[in-house]
Design a protein around this ligand. Structure first.
Ligand code: URA
Length: 240
């Protein structure tokens, strides 16, 4: 009972336990004072002060991650993306599905749906992630070809084929990059291997999910039902 209420935005686990013990909660009309009461959501209707609880087991947030915060749930030295969540989402035990570097901005999915997160991150699924990058130095058609072939990053490891689109080539080149794996610093290391340095990186999409450009850095919104459904139906990396 306490977990359902906490996940539905009625307060922290401690706060909802107090609510339950105070007799504010009914299940199908009967007062329940045991926080550990196992609710059968197929048959029973929990209510708080007479208001039926609209229970959603999973939460899905899209955040426009700002630079300067880490994408983990806790860090002794830095602000995390979880610190940016406002009530009631800060009470839901959410975690970021995958990582962006501290200085990378853009699309981050924050959820408590471990299965979906696993699917999006699984190397087997190879879900494409697209980034906008600014790179110091001229990006050339040879670089596009190198990305297409896969780039050796270290002894015995060559990246999967990736897509590089040049938007503008110059002292600072502007490009879009799509990769189907998520190795540590992957995009930065791919350019580094070609003698170039990424000076700005922003994730624009994960599979079917596109960053809502209306979201200011550091803000988030819930995914729509359609967006969640599309993520759940993602198949493989055949986009490239
Ligand atoms: N590639 C990187 O180098 N950094 C990120 O944050 C994401 C992809």
């Amino acid at each position: 009972m306490d977990k359902i209420l906490a996940n539905s935005g009625y307060g922290s686990r401690k706060e909802v336990k107090a609510l339950i013990k105070a007799g504010n909660i009914t299940v199908s009309g009967k007062v329940i004072k045991d926080p550990g009461y196992l609710v059968d959501l197929d048959k029973e209707l929990p209510a708080v002060d007479g208001e039926i609880v609209n229970y959603s087991r999973f939460h899905y947030l899209m955040m426009n991650k700002p630079a300067g915060v880490v994408s983990s749930t806790w860090d002794p030295n830095s602000k995390t993306v979880i610190d940016l969540l406002t009530p009631p989402y800060d009470k839901f035990d959410l975690f970021p599905a995958g990582r962006l570097d501290k200085d990378t901005e853009g699309l981050l999915l924050i959820t408590n749906d471990g299965q979906l997160a696993h699917n999006l991150l699984s190397p087997k699924k190879g879900v494409p992630k697209t980034y906008y990058a600014e790179v110091s130095g001229q990006v050339s058609p040879e670089d596009v070809q190198a990305f297409r072939q896969g780039i050796p990053l270290e002894e015995g490891f060559v990246t999967l084929p990736a897509r590089l689109d040049i938007l503008a080539s110059g002292e600072i080149s502007k490009v879009m990059v799509t990769v189907c794996e998520g190795k540590f610093h992957q995009v930065k290391r791919m350019f580094q291997a070609l003698g170039k340095k990424v000076c700005y990186l922003k994730r624009i999409s994960i599979g079917s999910l596109k960053l809502d450009e209306g979201l200011q850095p550091g803000t988030f919104r819930e995914l729509t039902e359609k967006e969640v459904e599309a993520l759940n139906n993602l198949k493989t990396n055949r986009y490239l």
